[in-house]
Design a protein. Structure first.
Lengths: 734, 100
């Protein structure tokens, strides 16, 4: 099929374009994603920084509270230094105002209180809602601890790194300050313990991301506080801390310079994470870190990106299918259009064939008739027909209408047309022609189409019209001389028997009718496309209008008459679509008088021996006409053959009869009439001889009429008043 | 019209003179009947003086031709004038007969 390659190519184009569009969209989407991701990363950084700052503040303020509380009781401590037992009271005061402290202690320098022993450290602590006292004495030498030593020797307050305290069973951080006596010497270290768990809780009261981890570390990178073990595995925490501490791991500075950033991958589940960390300003010089996991931060964005990508792709694919579908439809439409064009083209050719089947206008040589035909099919091809031709000085004409329109009607009409022509070559009786056609039409007529047909045969020498009608509209005869005389109603419908159309009953007996057409008259034939032409108001043109127009017309030429009539129809229809084929045929009969200057007659008996008399007669006539020898011989032979034919066949065997030979001439043309009163015998309708047959095949008879036809210009037979009248015509002057 | 038949050892020479119209052809047929009995001789028609021939004459010639050819012999037409030749053309007999 011709349209496949186009579809294929077009489909390719479409697919290519969709892929291109997809690529462009993906690129744009990708760029967008990258941009958003960067924005998100920046946002994350800012949030992390803020978080760190805030959490640091929270932790520090908690620590400061404790610090301040301690400092607040310091003067009291120093005032009551002489009374060691009052120490507990003071410490309890501290504890009571800070229930979140683990404990409070004062480590005196050795031997400060002589009666308390060498080592004396009162210790108050919370125990399930109650404050208890303890004296840490000789079994635990606190004077060896680094903290004690530092505080005492350097006289500084400091925060102590987290350590495990056996006594409380907790991880603690402590804050220690020196206590001075009146002489400003360090006499004791006053300290409080804070549980790292409490610090952790403070840290973890909220998270910037659900999976975020907050950490507190010492300057050295030791964990001070972190997430609860239920929430985060210690393993992961240790891993993160090692990342922070490992100087080999690349760390970058945040945009605003507020913290450091490290990227890591969890070794177990390969989750990517980011650590943001910074150091406290001031004491304690701890580090605070917040960890965010890549999945949680960028996950939604990524998901959205993929969603957009995939839905866009899906959308494009669906679009592709829809477009494909429409292309297919469109090409189907194109194909249908191509088909239609092909059909239109073929119909156009068929129309040409039909038009060519119509006879060309009458050759100019004929001066006794003027004839003009008009056929306008309703569709490209039509079911109307007209035809005319002259055979043996008779004008055969017909007009017909097949039931239906378009191609089927056109085909049947072409067949009828051929039949008319074929039958008319050997048949001069229109009824016989009609019967032959009707039989043939009924035989093959499965589609039950019928044809209205009118056949007329006008004998040109005499004006005698033989006709036969088969259901067609009666022709109108227009007495043209009346036009000039302005006689009322010069137009009259020919009197026709309606009969049945062709193709209905195969044995219908059509009968011939006759009339005489006066010299100068016009015969007007038409199909119902004329009378049934409709205007916008659905009114028909009608026979009355036709008759009126014919009665009124001043046209004497068939062409002008038909032009006028078709103009009238056009005006009447006023643009309404033509519903039926419109056909018209007009014939004007203008026989020329034959003014003979010579007339010779011979009467013979129907006896072959009479031929000698004829021979003498014809020779003398030829001489009289001064015809040249060859031509003379031709004429003699033709006429002799015709005469012999009549002698042999005109009268029934055994009967006697006269044969009249009348030769007339106007100097240019010779007419020879052979008249007998025998049985009706038309030599012009005998089958023509086949001169190509071999000796053996040739029948013996038939030569005579062949020679007559060949030698004469035309022959004409008419039965007039019970007589056979055979007229032979030949031009004798060139 | 004159019709003369001369018989030789190997052929018949038929001389046709004048105008063979239908009536004359009938008479000539009687004379030419002899040629139907032809056994093995070719037939030559001398037509130099034949001025006119009608279809019956042609018919006679055809019959003689058929009979003679059936016996395997030639028929020859000699010196046929143009007018008559034309007739032969019109009737298609030009292809059937041999001319000299």
């Amino acid at each position: 099929m011709a349209f496949r390659p186009t579809t294929f190519r077009l489909k390719n184009k479409v697919v290519l374009n969709i892929i291109l569009a997809a690529i462009v969209l993906e690129l744009i989407s990708g760029a967008q994603f990258y941009y958003f991701q960067n924005m998100l990363a920046d946002e994350l950084e800012m949030r992390a920084e803020t978080e760190l700052t805030m959490k640091a503040m929270v932790v520090k303020s908690s620590l400061n509270l404790s610090e301040n509380s301690l400092m607040g009781h310091l003067w009291e401590m120093e005032r009551n230094i002489a009374q060691p037992d009052s120490m507990f009271g003071i410490m309890e005061g501290v504890l009571r105002s800070h229930p979140n402290l683990v404990g409070c202690w004062i480590a005196f320098v050795p031997d400060y209180y002589p009666d308390k022993g060498r080592l004396f450290e009162p210790y108050s602590y919370w125990d399930h809602g109650t404050i208890r006292r303890q004296i840490i004495g000789p079994e635990h030498d606190y004077s060896q601890s680094g903290v004690y030593k530092k505080v005492v020797s350097e006289d500084v307050s400091l925060w102590v790194a987290p350590y495990y305290d056996h006594f409380s069973g907790l991880n603690l951080v402590s804050y220690a300050v020196p206590i001075h006596d009146k002489k400003k010497d360090v006499v004791a270290v006053f300290g409080l313990d804070i549980s790292t768990k409490w610090l952790g809780d403070t840290l973890n009261y909220r998270h910037i991301y659900e999976s975020s981890i907050d950490l507190l570390l010492t300057k050295e990178g030791k964990q001070v506080a972190g997430p609860s073990p239920q929430r985060v595995k210690q393993n992961d925490v240790d891993n993160i801390i090692s990342i922070i501490n490992d100087s080999a791991v690349a760390k970058k500075m945040s945009k605003h310079g507020k913290c450091k950033i490290a990227t890591f991958t969890d070794p177990d589940d390969h989750e990517k994470g980011y650590v943001y960390y910074t150091s406290f300003k001031g004491k304690p010089d701890w580090q605070i870190a917040v960890v965010c996991y890549d999945n949680e931060v960028f996950g939604p964005l990524r998901k959205m990106h993929w969603t957009v990508l995939l839905t866009t792709l899906a959308g494009l694919i669906i679009l592709g299918f829809i477009v494909s579908y429409f292309i297919r439809n469109d090409t189907k439409l194109k194909m249908t259009k191509k088909e239609k064009e092909r059909i239109d083209h073929e119909l156009h050719i068929a129309n040409n064939i039909q038009m060519q089947m119509l006879p060309k206008q009458m050759p100019a040589e004929r001066d006794d008739i003027d004839i003009y035909g008009f056929l306008l099919p309703a569709r490209e091809v039509g079911g109307d027909l007209y035809d005319y031709f002259v055979r043996d000085e008779k004008l055969f004409f017909c007009i017909g209408d097949v039931s239906g329109k378009g191609v089927p009607a056109a085909i049947l009409m072409a067949v009828i047309h051929t039949w008319v022509r074929a039958t008319a070559t050997h048949q001069s009786n229109p009824a016989q022609i009609m019967r032959a056609i009707n039989e043939a039409a009924c035989e093959g007529n499965e589609s039950n189409m019928f044809v209205t047909l009118f056949i007329g045969i006008l004998d040109l020498p005499t004006g005698r019209l033989c006709y036969c009608n088969a259901g067609h509209d009666a022709p109108v005869v227009l007495r043209v001389e009346s036009l000039e005389l302005r006689v009322e109603r010069p137009a009259a419908a020919l009197e026709v028997k309606a009969n049945l159309p062709i193709g209905i009953f195969s044995d219908f007996s059509y009968e011939m009718q006759e009339t005489t057409i006066d010299s100068g008259s016009m015969i007007f034939l038409y199909t119902d496309g004329l009378t049934e032409a409709m205007n916008k108001g659905r009114k028909q043109f009608g026979i009355n209008r036709v008759m009126t127009l014919l009665n009124r017309t001043t046209e004497t030429s068939p062409k002008q008459l038909l032009d006028a009539m078709s103009h009238e129809v056009k005006v009447f229809a006023n643009g309404t679509e033509q519903s039926d084929d419109l056909t018209m045929l007009a014939i004007r009969y203008t026989p020329k008088q034959f003014e003979s200057t010579l007339s010779e007659t011979l009467v013979l008996k129907n006896d072959i021996h009479e031929v000698s008399r004829f021979s003498s007669f014809i020779k003398s006539v030829m001489e009289e006409l001064s015809v040249d020898k060859s031509l003379g011989r031709e004429l003699r032979l033709a006429i002799e053959e015709a005469v012999v034919n009549v002698i042999n066949y005109a009268y029934p065997a055994g009967t006697e009869g006269d044969i009249t030979i009348k030769i007339t001439s106007d100097g240019n043309t010779l007419h020879c009439q052979i008249i007998d009163a025998g049985i009706p015998f038309d030599p012009t309708t005998k089958d023509r001889t086949d001169t190509t047959l071999s000796v053996q095949e040739r029948p013996v008879g038939g030569l005579g009429i062949l020679l007559v036809r060949e030698l004469m210009d035309s022959i004409n037979y008419e039965r007039i008043d019970g007589q056979n009248v055979l007229t032979l015509i030949k031009r004798i002057k060139s | 019209m004159n019709t003369k038949i001369e018989e030789f050892d190997d052929k018949y020479l038929v001389t046709l003179e004048g105008e063979m119209d239908t009536a004359a052809a009938n008479e000539a047929e009687e004379v030419l009947k002899e040629l139907y009995k032809n056994e093995g001789k070719e037939v030559i028609f001398e037509c130099k003086d034949l001025e006119y021939i009608a279809s019956s004459g042609l018919r006679i010639l055809i019959n003689i031709l058929k009979v003679t050819m059936a016996k395997g012999n030639r028929v020859l037409l000699r010196n046929v004038n143009d007018d008559i030749k034309n007739i032969f053309k019109l009737t298609g007999f030009i292809n059937i007969f041999e001319f000299e």
